[in-house]
Design a protein around this ligand. Structure first.
Ligand SMILES: Nc1ncnc2c1ncn2[C@@H]1O[C@H](COP(=O)(O)OP(=O)(O)OP(=O)(O)O)[C@@H](O)[C@H]1O
Ligand SMILES: [Mg+2]
Length: 305
């Protein structure tokens, strides 16, 4: 299965959430590939704490591969290369966790037939070798989005199950932006249809993930809601009502991922050691990531109607 991760705006929590989902799937025994398609700023390695390649690899990254300069892109084994002891010392039964990085300083680039064919080749190879491939796209209507839509419409990838996660912060602007990225002009669905995807089937494979959602429970203020707590719940209900109006026919939200102080200060994978640093919140965040990771392959969550 290939998961494409996108967002309308930058800084939504897409990479941090995807890295954590990848980690949780690998802990559960799956072989996972994480593909950094943020061509303008390929920094996914930083979240896994691969310090030497935090801004991409010097040569032989995805830019070089997609542009036809090398036969295969570099793969980095997160477990052995991470500076984080908690990632290096894991359970022997965990699956592989492999990052396919971009070129350092590679920059964004336009895509045509050659890049699309190479992208399809790469996705097919990863699909055959890994249980789950997560492709972290660049935000917005990007070349990375375009090449992904073009590649997955090619005959060699039509049989592969692809699902899409659209990340957004839990605010009005972000909710509207995410919906526009999916349904608007030059958005995912219209561009997808233009390259040969079937619209009805495609929209059933898209879900939205609200990130960094402030907690609503009254735990920090005793058992009763404070005035502020009541106000927060009212704002949350407003956003939920707005989202329900935008998607009247089916459930499209997954998550949410709570606002987490560790993620706020450190963009990283949440491990057991973090749930010790920040017991209540850390555990809640770890649970949210585990449940999102599980939801990727839970067909009930993707049933339509
Ligand atoms: N659940 C969360 N709670 C608190 N902070 C978060 C959460 N998720 C992400 N963040 C923080 O928000 C910032 C942006 O996250 P991230 O880099 O994952 O976003 P992105 O959508 O991948 O951004 P870009 O478009 O720049 O690639 C980071 O500092 C990250 O640690
Ligand atoms: Mg990112």
């Amino acid at each position: 299965m290939i998961i494409f991760a996108t967002s309308d705006q930058g800084g939504t929590g897409r990479s941090v959430t995807c890295a954590n989902i990848a980690y949780r799937r690998a802990l559960a025994g799956n072989d996972v590939a994480y593909v950094d398609f943020d061509f303008g700023s390929p920094t996914a390695a930083a979240v896994f704490e691969l310090a030497a390649t935090a801004r991409g690899v010097r040569t032989r990254g995805l830019h070089s591969f997609l542009q036809g300069r090398i036969a295969e892109p570099t793969r980095l084994d997160v477990w052995s290369l991470s500076q984080r002891a908690a990632l290096r010392q894991g359970h022997p039964d965990r699956g592989r966790l492999c990052l396919v990085p971009g070129d350092k300083g590679g920059g964004d680039f336009p895509v045509g037939g050659i890049e699309t064919k190479r992208c399809a080749e790469l996705l097919l190879t990863l699909e055959e070798e890994f249980d789950v491939t997560i492709v972290d796209l660049r935000a917005g209507r990007s070349y990375a989005l375009d090449v992904s839509l073009r590649a997955t419409a090619r005959p060699e990838l039509r049989h592969v199950l692809t699902r899409w996660l659209v990340f957004h912060r839990w605010t009005r602007q972000h909710v509207l932006g995410a919906v526009d990225l999916v349904h608007g002009d030059r958005g995912i669905l219209r561009t997808g249809v233009q390259w040969g995807h079937d619209e009805a089937g495609f929209s059933g494979r898209i879900r939205y993930v609200p990130t960094a959602v402030p907690p609503l429970d009254a735990s920090e203020s005793g058992s009763r809601d404070s005035e502020y707590g009541v106000w927060r719940k009212a704002r949350d209900a407003e956003l939920k009502a707005m989202t329900a109006q935008l998607h009247p026919h089916h459930e499209v939200l997954m998550g949410p991922v709570p606002l987490d102080p560790i993620l706020l200060w450190q963009e990283r994978v949440i491990t057991d050691e973090d749930t010790i640093v920040s017991p209540g919140v850390g555990e809640q965040t770890a649970r949210a990531f585990t449940s999102l990771a599980h939801a990727l392959t839970d067909n009930r969550k993707w049933a339509f109607g």
